[in-house]
Design a protein around this ligand. Structure first.
Ligand SMILES: [Zn+2]
Ligand SMILES: [Zn+2]
Ligand SMILES: [Zn+2]
Length: 112
C-alpha cells in the first residue's frame, strides 16, 4: 500500500468575508485538518477537505457550523485572549466583557 498524496485545496465554497493567510494551508499537513486565521478579525476556523471534492474545502466552526461573517474589526478579542484594543492594553470601556469580547464570534478560539 503506497500512501496517497492528497492534492492541495484550491478552492473553498466561501471564506465568509474573512481574509485567511493562505489558500494552501494544507501543504504543511496534507492529511490533517488545517487551521486558518483571519488577517482582519483574528478569528480562527477549521478548513476541512470535502470528502467528494479533494481539492475543495470548507471553513467550519468548532461545532460544524458555518463561520460567522467577518466583522472587519481588527480589534476583536478571541477566546481567552485578553483585550488589546488600546495599543496592546485592555481598553477602558468599563463594561465586562468589553465590547471587543462580546461580538458573537463562533470561531475555534471563542468556542473551542
Ligand atoms: Zn475575519
Ligand atoms: Zn476591549
Ligand atoms: Zn473568535
Amino acid at each position: 500500500m503506497s500512501s496517497v498524496e492528497l492534492p492541495a485545496i484550491t478552492h473553498v465554497w466561501s471564506s465568509f468575508g474573512h481574509r485567511f493567510y493562505s489558500g494552501d494551508g494544507w501543504s504543511d499537513h496534507p492529511d490533517e485538518t488545517s487551521y486558518e486565521r483571519c488577517m482582519t478579525c483574528g478569528a480562527e476556523y477549521e478548513l476541512r477537505r470535502r470528502p467528494d471534492d479533494p481539492t475543495g474545502g470548507d471553513y467550519t466552526a468548532a461545532n460544524g457550523d458555518d463561520p460567522v461573517e467577518c466583522t472587519g474589526d481588527t480589534l476583536m478579542c478571541h477566546g481567552e485572549q485578553p483585550c488589546q484594543a488600546d495599543n496592546g492594553r485592555p481598553c477602558n470601556s468599563g463594561v465586562e466583557p468589553c465590547p471587543h469580547e462580546a461580538h458573537g464570534c463562533n470561531c475555534l478560539l471563542c468556542t473551542g
